[in-house]
Design a protein around this ligand. Structure first.
Ligand SMILES: *Cc1c(COP(=O)(O)O)cnc(C)c1O
Length: 461
């Protein structure tokens, strides 16, 4: 028989000064939950581990730890020293100052989300980013939804439910996180008509399929992989011509949706939204938080009649963009309109950072920490864009006994630092570290070094 007689009651615990503090900090209900849970846990340990009855202080301390853990946010900032600019696991694109300010300005209080100030009556949330998108891309109309997966699902549902949609076999892509183009097509109720082979898809493959009667032709950007060797894919302009001869619209899922030319930054050319529209695509959809460098969003631009149809579909309401997204997206688009995107949008600043500046930053870290070395390396763009493409960078490198343990120590810091291992060294890429995070980065590295080698003096790691 276990002996619980020595245990305090919840009421006894509640009357302690510690519990009073907990109640003030966390509220009475949550504190009660924690005290009960701490008592339960203690009873369990008495039963199973035959421990001595712990004193009241130990139970209170355990409740305090629970409370702390229960309210600690799990979605917290990290320092990305990995060199992957659009790191999907780390939240893709960091926002510009103007975008953050816009979120704050419109969300701290009320906003004109669906209100027309002139008329003093209900307005439409679709006016905000859409005028900017029309101006930027020259498209007749635009629509912003929750993300690009939703954009694709919505377009297919509105335009091709129970109808045939043509897509090249080479474009049946899995984008990441289990998101597969063919699954989305099926989900929309569209009937998939695959044409061509994995490596070669000719214009006549499309023409043959179009003869059978279809509602839509979908082109999907490969995004995160490359087909090399004996390959062909019909040109978007040619596909559009063939489709339009039969009055069939073409939807181009661009994925990353660059508005600037990546080739100007030493990378392969990523198809731009403007090019897609110029090739005659009737609708183009892309993400807001990939190469656009804005908030999570799915953006659809193109012909007014089709956008109108898409807007009216019931799913449009289910996947609509919220005010935080619209505020941040509008501010981001304005950077492009003003021709200041490369300087103001964080991911473009990162992509355009030169070797000299990167090297100087890595050298400053080396000097500040008094150890480590500089190493040539490669950054990547990521975010399902520009596969195999890298940018030259200068890494700050530390030789430590157990690199993976060191990475773990860095992740335990606040803010956590995400670095990587190259040539058995822990390396930090200045490209993806925001300048205002540098001090916190150095503190984290110092802390990790101290834990690995507490007795070592500066400069002798
Ligand atoms: C990334 C991507 C998507 C999904 O976009 P999300 O904004 O992540 O939903 C869809 N299609 C392609 C081609 C992509 O690259």
């Amino acid at each position: 028989m276990s002996d619980f007689r020595g245990l305090p009651s919840v009421d006894q615990l509640l009357r302690t000064s510690q519990a009073e503090e907990m109640t003030a900090a966390y509220g009475r209900s949550l504190t009660l939950d924690a005290l009960r849970a701490a008592l339960d846990e203690t009873r369990e340990r008495i039963k199973t581990q035959a421990i001595e009855t712990p004193d009241q202080q130990a139970i209170l301390a355990s409740a305090g730890r629970m409370l702390e853990a229960w309210v600690r946010p799990s979605l917290v900032r990290v320092i990305n020293a990995s060199g992957v600019v659009l790191h999907t696991n780390l939240g893709r694109a960091p926002l510009s100052r103007a975008a953050l300010q816009a979120i704050r300005d419109t969300s701290e209080g009320y906003s004109t989300l669906e209100y027309d100030l002139e008329k003093g009556a209900r307005g439409s949330r679709s006016v905000h980013a859409e005028a900017l998108l029309r101006r930027l891309t020259g498209a007749e109309a635009a629509l912003v939804v929750n993300n690009n997966a939703a954009a694709l699902l919505l377009c297919l549902s509105a335009l091709a439910r129970s109808k045939r949609v043509v897509i090249a076999r080479s474009q049946l892509v899995e984008v990441g996180g289990g998101f597969r183009i063919p699954d989305v097509m099926r989900q929309s109720g569209a009937r998939l008509v695959e044409v061509g082979t994995t490596n070669r898809v000719h214009l006549r493959d499309y023409e043959d399929a179009l003869e059978e009667g279809v509602a839509l032709v979908l082109r999907a950007h490969h995004s995160n992989f490359k087909i090399i060797g004996f390959t062909t894919e019909a040109d978007l302009g040619e596909i559009v011509e063939a489709a339009h001869r039969r009055d069939v619209p073409v939807l181009d899922d661009l994925g990353s949706g660059a508005l600037l030319d990546t080739a100007a930054y030493g990378l392969a050319h990523e198809p731009t939204v403007q090019e897609s529209l110029a090739s005659g695509a009737d609708l183009v959809c892309f993400s807001g938080d990939k190469l656009l460098g804005g908030p999570q969003a799915g953006i659809i631009v193109g012909k007014a009649g089709l956008i109108e149809k898409v807007k009216k579909h019931p799913l449009a309401r289910a996947v609509r963009a919220d005010k935080l997204c619209l505020a941040a997206l509008s501010a981001t688009l304005v950077h492009y309109l003003k021709g200041e995107a490369a300087a103001e949008v964080p991911i473009w600043r990162m992509i355009s950072a030169g070797l000299e500046g990167l090297g100087a930053r890595a050298a400053r870290w080396q000097e500040a920490l008094g150890c480590g070395s500089l190493l040539e390396g490669r950054s990547t763009v990521g975010g399902g864009s520009l596969p195999e493409e890298t940018l030259p960078t200068i890494l700050y490198a530390l030789e430590v006994p157990q690199p993976n343990r060191f990475l773990r120590l860095l992740r335990a810091c606040e803010p956590a630092v995400i670095a990587r291992v190259q040539d058995e060294r822990v390396v930090f890429d200045p490209r993806t570290v925001l300048p205002e995070q540098e001090e916190a980065l150095l503190d984290a590295i110092r802390n990790a070094i101290y834990q690995v080698r507490p007795n070592l003096h500066r400069g002798t790691l």
